[in-house]
Design a protein around this ligand. Structure first.
Ligand code: NAD
Length: 438
């Protein structure tokens, strides 16, 4: 296959379409009424998303919480009370995830820490023999994503990445429609994310580390810096040391959809980016709050756009995707989807489908799919390679932006002039943490 033809449609065959539509609908395959096998899970990083995952998991029969780990004792205590309310049991608490991983009875962990921790914690958990559900983006850098992929292969455990849209029925339907050529030849995939929080947090002065926080363990492999709330809980996303801004935060979800639908399995031909701080505000943000990134393929353009601080966007949605084809455009986000036909005179080239609301977002189903995969070997909806690739697309958009260069890949899929970008591809860990060697 021509390396640049990284875009293949599965033409409408019942089998292909059916498998695209049903691929891991996240159904628990245990026969109804059969006692569910006990599965002990732990949570690393409890404040926000991680706890959402645990709550879904604890609704699955047979799943028990074996431990909670967080470096902020205030968060940890609050979540202990929440688990007690939900289950009536008091889970053991940990501030060092390595202690939690020593528990021989623990089967699996959910990782809901900031991105700069994903690589170490995922690989250490795999080395300890645990299954892992790790939040998106899979890793903060390209090399860390590759290491996680290698570790998943080496240790043979189940690794689900938190791109939970893949478990949402309407996303699966849309992917099926794109693959069956419903829109005709695709020209462009537009992706956008306009969120108020994307302008970055308010600038704040450094301050003493809050009581109960093990800040050194929050920083982990990241450089040592004074404590500042504007790069701590929730808002670390806008600092290069911990995250990648909107294009890795939301991009991990949105960029994933065309990669999945078009079966893109490698880099684009090239990527370029323009933008800057255009919100007019002086916020604590390292990256561009306004950015447009063009991913070039042989026969389709993928265009990412974000505007931090705005809350409206194309097709009257503040975030989403539009697959633009010769016969029509399919617009989709978490709320639902629609098809807007092209016309030949008055004649629509494809059936107009007014906006249809989605059902359940796929979050609970994604967690259930992880548990099902551990128990029955069911196919994962978001295996590690899918997580690695969508994170990679976010990272290369950022690297193109930071270097103000158009990145190009050769026919063999190698980044041309990689040495120039290496400092942004492979992180330097702060001692004593070391980039895992496998
Ligand atoms: N799938 C989704 O839709 C979705 C939504 C939100 C966040 N996320 C992802 O979830 C992850 C967490 O995001 P968040 O918004 O919950 O962040 P957050 O800052 O609100 O929570 C992170 C928690 O991890 C803890 N933590 C940090 N270092 C730790 C360590 N070494 N050991 C144990 N705990 C540690 C923090 O104290 C905090 O409680 C990110 O990767 C983010 O991209 C995914």
């Amino acid at each position: 296959m021509d390396t640049y033809s990284r875009r293949r449609f599965i033409k409408t065959t019942g089998g292909a379409l059916a498998s695209a539509m049903t691929a891991g609908l996240g159904l628990n395959r245990q026969s109804p009424g059969s006692p569910a096998e006990r599965l002990s899970v732990g949570l690393i990083g409890c404040r926000n998303m991680g706890f959402g995952l645990l709550q879904h998991a604890l609704k699955v029969p047979g799943v028990v919480c074996r431990g909670l780990c967080d470096v902020d004792r205030n968060v940890l205590e609050g979540r202990r009370r929440d688990v007690e309310k939900q289950t009536g049991e008091t889970p053991p608490l940990y501030s060092d995830y390595r202690k939690l991983l020593e528990d021989q009875e623990l089967d699996a962990v959910f990782i809901g820490t900031p991105d700069h921790w994903h690589c170490l914690q995922t690989i250490h958990a795999l080395q300890a023999g645990k299954h892992v559900y790790v939040e998106k983006p899979l890793a903060r850098t390209i090399t860390e994503g590759e290491l996680i992929r290698e570790a998943a292969r080496t240790y043979g455990k189940v690794v689900q990445v938190g791109q939970h849209q893949r478990s949402g029925a309407h996303w699966q339907k849309v992917v099926g429609m794109i693959r069956d050529g419903h829109l005709g030849s695709l020209r462009t995939v537009r992706l956008w994310a306009n969120f108020d929080y994307g302008k970055g947090p308010e600038r704040l002065p450094d301050e003493p580390v809050p009581e109960g926080v093990d800040y050194d363990m929050w920083l982990g492999p990241a450089p040592k810096r004074p404590f500042n709330q504007n790069r701590f809980h929730g808002v670390w996303r806008f600092d290069w040391d911990y995250g990648g801004g909107l294009i890795t935060d939301w991009g991990a979800h949105l960029l994933d959809i065309p990669l999945w639908a078009l079966e893109i399995d490698g880099p684009p031909q090239s990527v370029s980016s323009v933008g800057g701080i255009f919100s007019g505000e002086d916020r604590a943000i390292d990256m561009a709050d306004t950015q447009s990134v063009v991913y070039q393929f042989e026969d389709v353009n993928m265009v990412w756009e974000h505007n931090g601080g705005l809350q409206t966007g194309p097709y009257e949605r503040n975030y989403g995707l539009a697959f633009v084809g010769n016969r029509g455009t399919l617009v989709v986000n978490r709320e639902g989807w629609q098809v807007i036909p092209e016309r030949d005179g008055n004649q629509p080239l494809v059936r107009e489908i007014p906006f249809r609301e989605s059902g359940e977002g796929g979050h609970g189903a994604h967690v259930a799919n992880f548990i099902d995969s551990i128990r029955t070997g069911a196919e994962l909806n978001c295996p590690v390679e899918a997580g690695r690739l969508s994170a990679f697309y976010g990272h290369i958009g950022n690297i193109a932006h930071r270097t103000d260069e158009r990145l190009r890949w050769n026919e063999a899929g190698a980044l041309i002039g990689r040495d120039r970008y290496e400092h942004l591809i492979t992180p330097q860990y702060r001692s004593p943490w070391q980039l895992p060697r496998l």
